[in-house]
Design a protein around this ligand. Sequence first.
Ligand code: CAA
Length: 247
Amino acid sequence: MSKQVALVTGGLGGLGTAVCRRLHQEGFIIAATCSPSNGQRHAWLAAQRDEGMDVLVVEADVADDSACARAVQRVLAETKRIDVLVNNAGITRDRSLRKMGVDDWHAVMGANLDSVFSMTRHVLEPMIGQSWGRVINISSVNGQQGAFGQANYAAAKAGMHGFTKALALEVARHGITVNTVSPGYLATRMVSEVPEKVMKERILPAIPVGRLGTPEEVAGLVAYLASEQAGFMTGANIAINGGQHMC
Ligand code: CAA
């Protein structure tokens, strides 16, 4: 069999980069989507090449179904197969509901949840054709417990769980597993945008291990789910949050 291919949405971000690197170490060919407005693309790619990793970077607004279709076609044209899809792309627009506009709602639902529907549906036929696939949806602790100022984000991230479970039922017979990973607060740029006072006084004290997680810790879990060994795990939601939320 030719080398397996992993496609990571939002692959240039903090967690996305760690996932790309880890899957590359595991022997996958890596493709990543990035937002059309990402000005860091060339510098990021050069940095990864310096580290010995080549990545097929495809621009796509993952909130747009036709852009997702084009991105998947582009990857398939180059690599001929997609074995693993990591739905990692996501944004926040945090504000309390009284201040949240319709745009804040739709932007977050589009990037975080519509994207999961669109990317997954476009990779599904190739995966069914191979009788093997892994779909890994990156959710959040805040999709499980909610968070002040995140009605949009928490709804999108919670929505992933239903999607994961329904699709897991549909595609199990084709050798495809579908799982959700729910990370807690990680040391990434997204989390660094939380106001310092909120982080110090409300978030860190609620994390029993007493620190933020690292993207690499979550990437290790993604690598397990992507592996052959994980074939009996499907429809699961795996929490990795330093004990902040236990269920
Ligand atoms: N619980 C209770 N009260 C809170 C609170 C909380 N967690 N956070 C803020 N408040 C309080 C403030 O202290 C303030 O009180 P006062 O009015 O008495 O001063 C009040 O609520 C502010 O209310 P507003 O309606 O004015 O809030 P806002 O619209 O300005 O929004 C916020 C504030 C932007 C939500 C800010 O609190 C914030 O950024 N909070 C962090 C949200 C968060 O955790 N985001 C996670 C981002 S990282 C991520 O999402 C990755 C992941 O998956 C984990």
